[in-house]
Design a protein around this ligand. Sequence first.
Ligand SMILES: *Cc1c(COP(=O)(O)O)cnc(C)c1O
Length: 766
Amino acid sequence: MGANPASDNFINHTKMGEKMDRDKFLIELNGIETDGKTVTELYNEISALAMKYGCADIKVNRNERRASYFSIEYLIGRSFYNNLMELGVLDDVKAVLAEKGVDINIFEEIEDAALGNGGLGRLAACFLDSAAGTGIPLDGYGIRYKYGLFKQKIESGFQVELPDDWQRFGDPWSIRRENEKTEIKFADMTVTAVPYDMPVFGKRVNTLRLYQAEGSKEAEKISEYLYPADDTEEGKLLRLRQEYFFSAAAINDLCKRYVKAHGPQFKNFDKFNVIQLNDTHPVIAIAEFIRVLTSEYNVTFTSALKIAKRTFAYTNHTVMPEALECWKEEQMEKILPDISDIIKCISVIQDRELNGMLCSDEEIAEMAVYKHGVFNMANLAVYVCKSVNGVAKLHTEILKSELFKTAYEYYPKKFNNKTNGVTHRRWLELCNGELAAMLDKYIGNGWRRDMTEIGELNGKTEQAAADFQVVKQTKKSQLIKYINEREGTDIADNMLVYAQVKRLHEYKRQLMTAFAILEIYNGLKDGTIRDFYPSVFIFGAKSAPSYKRAKAIIKFINEIAAKVNGDKQTNKLLKVVFVTDYNVSYAEKIVAGADVSLQVSTVGTEASGTGNMKFMMNGAVTCGTMDGANIEIVERAGEENNYIFGARVEEIEKLNKEGYEPVKLLEDPAIKAAVNSLIDGTFTDGGTGGFKDLYDSLTIGASWHKPDNYFVLTDLQPYVQTLLKINSDYKGSNSFAVKQLKNIANSAYFSSDRTIKEYADDIWFK
Ligand SMILES: *Cc1c(COP(=O)(O)O)cnc(C)c1O
């Protein structure tokens, strides 16, 4: 640890409650006139005040080594409550407003900043929070999209997408840096990148710098939408422009800052900078870095590449082939000819290096950054970066044994694992104040600063079980009330709550949950399932707008919900709800109120998952497969305190090898009844053909995949049995509450404070 980031060099205690002018802040806050103001006006006024005091103390230390995080997504959620909490004044603001007759909850009207899609973007936000929270110098770089992830409506059971105009409430947490704008050049246009800085509050104040594209109408398109549709050539090029746009702006920023502090000798660049690439989207930054050094600062190509090799690190997030980006040479040539040339030069050097290592032609082809007119961005990252990490133990093993097998053989030292985490400040302290207070009572409040202290709860789970049940019931009642109001349902607030909330994707297997619910429903109707504890299944998910099957699954779930909820014979026992517009703020409520976390991806497909960790921290047991971080969750909380089912990696491999015939499984009448409901007229897909396509995907497959590619039918019966086992274990009992508490007590490892410390110790500040 040459340059320990948590050393005294840095601003250590900017938390307002400890050091800053909290009194002045409160006096000014008291002076705010609330009468006659709209929620948006008040929101902007109070936020501006918090910014004024929260940022007052920021000092820039040019001699510290800093890490930069490049990510195309930041799924921030609502900043208001979280920032006030980090500044140590949330309770004060609440009290001052209450005196003025204003309930602090009115700011829930302010919608989330959803500059991200799912887990990857939320991880980036959690990392920034944890770095600031633990005193590590980490700044984020990304895009300030005008429209974030679409807002979802459900019409006749179908997903409808509406633009998310998040800035209409104002953006009081950002500062536009007019004098730090920079020009980004494409072959056919020049775009101005204007930085907006968002402070990230904690033990220190870090910065999230998001760039907005300005200039012509065409230029503005670059920061208009998160993930513009890329099913056309124009769409693909826009995606590439976005990636280059923010990567280049960020590289430009880091190089300028470096030169200002240390002069134009770049050989020490990596002593002051490390750049963590979040997935393949920002990998183009490597080429841009070399371009800037060689063309603007007279560094030789070989030296520039060497410096890049000491500076960049790469995190892989998925093994899904569609997410491992490749760009065609024509595409790159068309808008970024210099970058195209640079990657080709890297390729020549790579070739030489690999030949020198006596690699076979096949091996060279597998690792090639450029081959047959295609640039392989994951291979570029793996070749150049000093570190390559997966995001859970199993995922990293898969990288080493499959995805990057050959590279692992030649560069084993690059590979390492960094199991994901989530910030326990937002995902426990903020979203579950009742649980936080209960924990304080049993183990003191040290866990808020240092999550490892939560382990002390292990000795007190029996003692705390009754209290915990009260807390869970409170959070559940709040959640169900919120859902009933928003979704127009009439769910009772004392049901057992199973929740599956995450992006909609076939590999996450929401369809399997839908079938399982149908089986349970059928069993309740025909009397084969008895003594069933009243239960509700909560789904929340957005589907990519062009992903037809995912959209059909949403419709299918809504059809099931309508039928099940409308059946007077069973609807006291079983309810289903698909919540609309699932996002961070909804997630905060769902993880706090749920009893059971459904994490049922096909083994080998979910890199880590982070939703599973949020549920664990709030005391939901995991009902899941041995996939992603589920494995590490049960390793810590105990398999006996969770519910694991389904085929393991070896069994899936065996099925893949020996041939899998899902149609044979349809001989089981229970499975058949559930699956056939897609095509036997039980439900309607509104004439879209979506249900028939789902049925075909399971039974005959398609040109691009085998039948039942994700082994839904293989795992369905064990899943149903496990859901029923949970149901019979539950019955509102103390022993179930103890299981839930064991999960909380062993969740320290899944705080992103731990993850970020590992990045800092092993990669950034080694
Ligand atoms: C945590 C989170 C995710 C990721 O959930 P997974 O279950 O890990 O896929 C997605 N969306 C939102 C809004 C989240 O908060």
